[in-house]
Design a binder for this molecule. Structure first.
Ligand code: 5GP
Length: 292
């Protein structure tokens, strides 16, 4: 058996101080829940290590009117082990808890599903990247079979998967929607979308038209936005000025853009992208309004 690591007095003091801070953070969070200022779903959303390591039982017991015995019964019903910590809660467990605790005054409503679509080159990604900084939203990270462009990061811009991996995800029904686009495949992984909505985040999908149609069919309550260029010539200029595509790819994108423009009337709202700020403020107010 190996001996525990020897800490210097400074290291021990730092570890004790850290443990004290974690206890304080957890106590403060439980107090806020007990006072009804915070829902447990907001707590699950808290990225701090001290909170992610907190026991689910401890958290649920602090909800007004619940207590430890009821908390244990609730957890048993949703197959959550008594030692489970917040950071380890799965999407089904969260959905179960949401159903059970929805009568509580402090419940967080489920987040909206927001689709942002429109022709390539119209500026969808500029709009969605602004929304990444807004804590009310979570921007879904798609999977794709295309090669990363310079500066793109795995897990941030996309999950860059092989054809085989993408295919196996289709077979396993792991996509909310997927489509072939300009010679590659793109898809939205289902589970993180559900999880973030269960946590009360409005989830943004920035996807092309065929995928948007699938979402509309499967999730009737999704809010569907079409971003349109101020005029067609402007879109052509934007597509042609993209240096990253080959001439063939560019021509294919133009032809596709033309088809995509024709789909605009299928959407709930058409937003003309003449000024990003204006589009953003309209989008934010419509996307955050409650449907449920
Ligand atoms: P790009 O290769 O320029 O990043 O994206 C090409 C097109 O694929 C864009 O119109 C983008 O909105 C769309 N796209 C990105 N992710 C997804 C996805 O998960 N599903 C679908 N259907 N389209 C996507």
């Amino acid at each position: 058996m190996s001996l525990p690591p020897q800490l210097t007095p400074e290291q021990r003091a730092a570890a004790l101080a850290q443990a004290k801070r974690s206890r304080q953070e957890r106590a403060e969070l439980k107090n806020r829940i007990a006072r009804g200022e915070l829902s447990i779903f907001e707590a699950v959303n808290d990225e701090r290590e001290s909170i992610r390591r907190m026991k689910v039982l401890e958290l649920i017991s602090s909800v007004p009117g619940i207590g430890k015995v009821r908390a244990q019964a609730i957890m048993e019903r949703h197959h959550i082990s008594p030692s489970r910590r917040l950071g380890g809660l799965g999407v089904h467990q969260l959905t179960g808890l949401r159903g059970e605790l929805s009568v509580s005054k402090v419940d967080t409503p489920r987040g909206n599903l927001v689709v942002i679509s429109g022709p390539g080159g119209v500026g969808k990604s500029t709009i969605t990247s602004e929304l990444r900084n807004d804590p009310r939203f979570w921007v879904s990270v798609s999977a794709t079979t295309r090669e990363p462009r310079p500066g793109e990061k795995e897990g941030v811009d996309y999950f860059f998967y092989s054809e085989e991996k993408f295919h196996s995800m289709i077979e396993a029904d792991e996509f909310l929607e997927w489509a072939d686009f300009a010679g590659n495949r793109y898809g939205t992984p289902k589970e993180p979308v559900e999880k973030m909505r269960a946590l009360g985040k409005h989830v943004i999908l920035e996807i092309e038209i065929a995928g948007a149609r699938q979402v509309r069919q499967r999730e009737g309550e999704a809010k569907m936005f079409f971003i349109a260029p101020p005029d067609w010539d402007e879109l052509v200029r934007r597509l042609v000025s993209r240096g990253t595509d080959s001439p063939e790819r560019r021509a294919a994108r133009l032809a596709l853009a033309e088809q995509e423009m024709a789909a605009a009337p299928e959407f709930d709202e058409i937003l003309i992208n003449d000024q990003v700020d204006r589009v953003l403020s309209t989008l934010i107010s419509l996307a955050t309004s409650r449907t449920e």
